[in-house]
Design a protein around this ligand. Structure first.
Ligand code: URA
Length: 231
């Protein structure tokens, strides 16, 4: 029940951002909210149209200090999406996700999985740099998260890898730390979600690399087993 209410609140916020003043509670509307992840993208929505909305977004303070918004990049039909926390200074400079030191480590991990950055999709909970490099504020997350949900709805990945506590807690709607969530698949609206440590954390805690590799091996096995139409 709580997750339905959260979903409704997120959706209302999202419709408000788009200029829609309300949402009726008809059977159809509730059905849309409950099954948002199974529906085709709204009105032929594409990653490009979502990107334009992020570019226009002035809903929180972060647009004022960013150099570039960092939407995400990779295969628009990726089977696997990596979701991080927020762009850092290098990402803000280049407008691309995971290009700084943590990103370089993530790229190595992806390559070790026999994948490439162009075969997966990389993005973040927040699309703008947090200037003081603090944890994202709850209002920043709740404003930005609908954009990520729209990206997920368009890409329709089979798997999501949530990198770090902020991504795992936001997607799974929990307060548990990533250390207690990692190592097993969780359900995200029918998509299998593997939380693991953030590559930034790995740069400071080399001893956690083994655990991340265990998580990535589980993802690789599941990708192999669940090989469907998409390569
Ligand atoms: N950390 C993140 O969470 N995302 C990036 O894009 C870069 C660093």
């Amino acid at each position: 029940m709580n997750s339905i209410i959260d979903e409704i609140q997120d959706s209302l916020r999202f419709y408000k951002q788009l200029g829609c003043p309300g949402f009726d509670c008809s059977k159809d509307a509730i059905e849309i909210i409950n099954n948002w992840e199974k529906r085709p993208a709204l009105h032929g929505e594409t990653l490009e149209s979502i990107k334009k909305d992020v570019e226009k977004c002035r809903c929180c303070r972060l647009f004022q200090s960013r150099r570039n918004m960092v939407f995400g990049e990779g295969d628009p039909r990726a089977r696997l999406m990596f979701v991080g926390e927020a762009p850092g200074p290098e990402e803000d400079d280049q407008g691309k996700p995971f290009v700084g030191p943590a990103g370089q480590l993530l790229t190595k991990i992806i390559n070790a999985m026999h994948l490439t950055r162009t075969r997966v999709y990389l993005c973040n909970i927040l699309k703008c740099l947090q200037p003081l490099n603090q944890n994202p504020e709850p209002d920043e997350i709740s404003i930005c998260y609908p954009f990520l949900k729209r990206q997920i709805r368009v890409i329709k990945p089979e798997f999501i890898c949530a990198l770090g506590t902020v991504a795992a807690q936001t997607l799974l709607k929990t307060k548990k730390p990533v250390s207690s969530l990692r190592g097993r698949f969780h359900d995200f609206h029918g998509i299998r979600l593997m939380p693991t440590y953030h590559p930034d954390y790995l740069l400071q805690n080399e001893d956690k690399k083994r655990a991340v590799w265990e998580d990535m091996k589980k993802l690789m096995q599941a990708l192999e087993r669940q090989r469907g139409n998409r390569l």
